[in-house]
Design a protein around this ligand. Structure first.
Ligand SMILES: Cc1cc2nc3c(=O)[nH]c(=O)nc-3n(C[C@H](O)[C@H](O)[C@H](O)COP(=O)(O)O)c2cc1C
Length: 385
């Protein structure tokens, strides 16, 4: 008899993450922005969409293989970029890369990861690493970062374009969570109440010489999460225009995708600028509380860019059925943000693999119940709601 699984679905993994992580870190991951209506809209949007199953054409074999960016893949799942995943577990990004390699899915490393792409690629050469770019004000430094990424063998770059401002997050302010992380009574209590994290994650980092920081910033600029980034050259340049995308396209010879598209017009423009794909995303409901949700806009975007263009999508996926609904609405593959982070918090590398397996199993079950033998068949399903 096998060991009892630590969690059986997203909700159980989330509950484990909630008890393991300091509240400030859990809420940084879990919560939204302003009144958190985007989170409500994401959940209720998926829940309200219901499929009409075909039961008189049973399928004996379900094929989860996906085709995007010109490649045939085993599954439509991808691990999304998430800043500071190294705080969730000791060496969190390396564990994430190992899990991605085991599950044979790509892992998108964030510009704001706590471990550098060189260190991740060096320790997990078997992982397929993509990179998510936030642009630094000093373009020379940004282009240097691109060279570093390319030297690590990264072929796919996601430029995040959906954060032109700073989202209002009351919970972070109240919990004392931010970079720089300032010592406070609230944080000290939080750490004392979560000793497994404080000893097992924070303690191990301290024993190795200090708190983690942003892995891609020069050491003199980002010393630790407790230190402010004062060097203006490394401030994020969030307002990106066509001229920048054209320049990036000239400088980056690999695949380029824009992440955070919700408008058909922007999608068409991205392909006109020579991008290889887009990620239709509302940033997991973390940025713009009034923004439309991917499920609502995907069909229009697919119609606008045509059947052969690569469209990835994310935001709010907690179940295989959520992923199925994005795929049916026009996505070729689905990125997961919080789900793998909760798997990581619950059970390290193995927890991420379990989470990916469970989502794939749920997707397979959805397809069997619906009468869809492959992902392509999802788009011809009949939907209500
Ligand atoms: C803790 C956390 C940190 C994130 N950091 C980044 C980031 O650095 N860059 C980025 O493009 N998106 C970032 N995202 C957004 C994810 O890439 C993704 O779009 C989103 O999480 C998908 O929604 P989901 O979490 O509901 O799956 C982050 C998300 C979370 C939860």
């Amino acid at each position: 008899m096998g060991l009892r699984a630590l969690f059986l679905d997203f909700e159980e993994a989330r509950a484990r993450a909630k008890s393991f992580l300091p509240r400030a870190l859990f809420e940084y991951i879990d919560r939204g922005t302003e009144g958190e209506q985007a989170l409500v809209a994401l959940r209720s949007g998926f829940d309200a969409r219901r499929v009409v199953p075909h039961v008189l054409r049973p399928v004996s074999q379900i094929d989860l293989s996906a085709r995007y960016l010109g490649d045939q893949r085993r599954s439509p799942l991808i691990i999304a970029p998430t800043a500071l995943a190294g705080l969730v577990r000791f060496d969190g990004e390396v564990l994430m890369a190992r899990a991605a390699a085991a599950a044979q899915v790509p892992f998108v490393v964030s510009t704001q990861s706590s471990t550098s792409i060189e260190a991740i690629a060096g320790q997990v050469p078997q992982a397929e690493l993509w990179f998510q770019l936030y642009v630094w004000r000093d373009r020379t430094q940004t282009w240097k970062l691109l060279d570093r990424i390319a030297r690590c063998g990264v072929e796919t770059l996601l430029l995040t374009v959906d954060t032109p401002g700073s989202p209002k997050k009351v919970h972070n302010a109240r919990n004392g969570f931010g970079v720089p992380l300032k010592p406070s009574l609230t944080l000290s209590l939080d750490l004392a109440l979560h000793p497994r994290w404080t000893v097992g994650v924070m303690g191990r980092y301290l024993a190795q010489g200090g708190l983690p920081s942003y892995g891609h910033y020069p050491g003199s600029v980002a010393k630790a999460v407790t230190a402010a980034i004062r060097d203006e050259r490394f401030a994020l340049d969030m307002v990106l225009d066509n001229a920048f995308i054209a320049e990036l396209r000239r400088r980056w010879s690999g695949r380029l995708l824009l992440k955070g598209i919700l408008s058909a017009g922007d999608a068409v423009q991205a392909f006109e600028e020579g991008c290889d794909g887009i990620v239709v995303s509302s940033h997991g409901g973390r940025n713009h509380d009034s923004a439309a949700q991917p499920l609502e806009v995907l069909p229009g975007i697919r119609r606008a860019v045509g059947t052969s263009a690569t469209i990835l999508a994310d935001s709010g996926v907690q179940r295989g059925s959520d992923a199925a609904k994005l795929l049916a609405a026009g996505a070729d593959a689905v990125l997961l943000g919080r789900a793998p982070l909760y798997g990581l918090a619950a059970d390290g590398e193995g927890g991420v693999v379990t989470m990916l397996d469970q989502l794939a199993e749920e997707l397979r079950a959805f397809m069997a119940f619906t009468g869809a033998p492959d992902l392509g068949a999802l788009s011809s399903c009949q939907w209500v709601g």
